[in-house]
Each structure stands twice: as C-alpha cells, then as structure tokens.
Design a protein around this ligand. Structure first.
Ligand SMILES: [Zn+2]
Length: 145
C-alpha cells in the first residue's frame, strides 16, 4: 500500500487538522549554502549544502509546532532551531505520520552527519533525528518511505 504522506507548505496544515492520529512530522529542509553553525551546546558544525530531513513529534497541537519551525521569530531552543535560522535554510515540504517519531526516523534513509542532533530525548538509539540526503549535485537522494 502506498499513501501520500508528504505535503506542500500550502497543504500540510489542512491534513494535520483533519486527522488527530498524526503526531509525527518530518521537515524537508534545503540548505542552499554550506554553513558553519553552533548548535546550542551540542557542537559547532559545518553543514554541507543539500537536502535534509528532520523528524520530530508533537502529541498535542502539531500544527502549532510546525508553525514554530516555519517562523524565524523565536527564541532558539531545540537543535533544529539553530539550523533553520540560517538564512539559506528553507523548509520545502512537511511529512505527517501516525507512527512514533523514532519509528519514522529509523526507516528514513540518509546519512547522520552530526550525532545527537535532535535526539536528546531519544531512547531508541536513532543516533540523530536529522538526516542528510545529499546535495543536488553528486550523490543521489534516497528516501526510504
Ligand atoms: Zn529516536
């Protein structure tokens, strides 16, 4: 069975509001230029340009959480906030799932570049809740969903 789970920025909110079982989201992120970023207390890291997938969850009010990620007006709190504040970072689409965030993250292909990213609360040994899908030139993009 195949079903659509990834939505454009115009569509995701209606989908999220229509089904309260959707508790996990995936942000499709494009970083247009490599950027050295201090990720809170985790590390300073040179993020290569390319596409990323970040998996998170919100058991209550998922739309508000995704809106927060889309906004640049916020106090930096989570690791992902530091990446998304880069001027060349952009969320391009939003995936919505009913599985837990770790389950969803673990069946997502992609490379872990920075161990521990977004995984402070992870008890499922994901390694990172941010995965790198590669650049637009070079290695092919593979998403295992
Ligand atoms: Zn996890």
């Amino acid at each position: 069975m195949s079903r659509v789970s990834t939505w454009s920025l115009d569509e995701w909110e209606g989908k999220a509001n229509a089904d309260e079982r959707l508790v996990t989201y995936q942000l499709h992120i494009t970083l247009r230029q490599a950027k050295r970023i201090r990720v809170g207390r985790l590390a300073e890291f040179l993020f290569p340009a390319g596409d990323y997938l970040y998996t998170g969850s919100a058991r209550r009010n998922l739309p508000a959480r995704v809106h927060r990620h889309l906004s640049r007006q916020k106090k930096l709190r989570w690791h992902i906030d530091y990446l998304l504040m880069a001027s060349s970072a952009q969320i391009t689409a939003v995936g919505l799932f009913s599985e837990t965030e770790c389950c969803c993250n673990q069946r997502t292909n992609g490379k872990i570049l920075l161990a521990g990213f977004g995984a402070s609360d992870c008890r499922a040994q994901c390694g990172s809740h941010l995965k790198y899908l590669g650049g637009t030139l070079g290695m092919p993009v593979a998403i295992g969903i």
